[in-house]
Design a protein around this ligand. Sequence first.
Ligand code: HMG
Ligand code: MG
Length: 298
Amino acid sequence: GLPPRVRIHEVGARDGLQNEKTAVPTEVKAEFIRRLAAAGLTTVEATSFVHPKWVPQLADAEQLFPLLSDVPAELPVLVPNERGLDRALALGATRIAVFGSATETFAARNLNRTVAESLAMFEPVVARAKAAGAHVRGYLSMCFGDPWEGAVPVPQVVRVAKALLDLGCDELSLGDTIGVATPGHVQALLGELNAAGVATGRIGVHFHDTYGQALSNTLAALQHGVTTVDASAGGLGGCPYAKSATGNLATEDLVWMLDGLGIETGVDLAALTATSVWMAERLGRPSPSRTVRALSHK
Ligand code: HMG
Ligand code: MG
């Protein structure tokens, strides 16, 4: 059966904007996040406390985060290391996310570390974040395929996923960074994670829509019992360190499907679509979301 309710983890302001060529003014980012929360999204990933040279699009995290103090949503932020954690905690962040990789090539390109070194880098981050009372998400990238290594074996993904959870992460987000997953692969990975002792309730899914499979993959995950789904308003996004990645599953496409299935999200689709149209105007290009296009050309 399908769950009665799904929690959408909105990543447009982070995964979306980190990959845009257009420099988005800090105040526009803040307004985007305010509008997303006003549309009913309860978890709106805000930015990343990473090295500013690695992701210049999010180099204004110190300026942006304080502008969000009145936003009625959880505002997780990405943090790769203790330096990032210090920056996030200093501003009062209460939800952080570390981000590991199932493959060595992407760990090297995204974090300048081996998989083992990146887990060692996260260890004090997770411990200190938990001690400070923060909620910790562990992202795992390249769970299905990797642009340099090809298909990623399920046992390899399970091993790194377990290691991330063993550090103390509250939840795990399975990233299909380059959007190559298909539904059978999703169910196989979820089944093997369960077999390895990982409860479905701790797992979220993070699909990119490169091959148009993101919604099918999401439905497969919902059928498996997953209730946390990452999506990006308007389908913004990609990943600067994985060239073939396109945008995430569009939040509007997800909400259209969930509304049709009678699954509650709390999201007002019209308000969300208006927000993505507004953002697309600021970015100077139309949203790639089919639902945004359909609803805004009536
Ligand atoms: P590094 O070059 O190895 O850094 O980069 P380092 O530890 O050697 O430090 C070098 C200098 O950087 C030092 O300064 C540090 O203080 C400074 P110095 O002493 O030389 O003056 N530094 C920092 N400054 C500010 N904030 C920090 C920070 N850390 C070090 N946090 C590092 C290692 C992890 C920092 C770098 O690789 C990095 O920032 N990577 C981030 C990459 C990224 O954000 N990628 C996108 C997010 S992942 C994603 O999109 C996938 C996801 O959506 C899921 C999916 O789809 O799969 C989540
Ligand atoms: Mg992503």
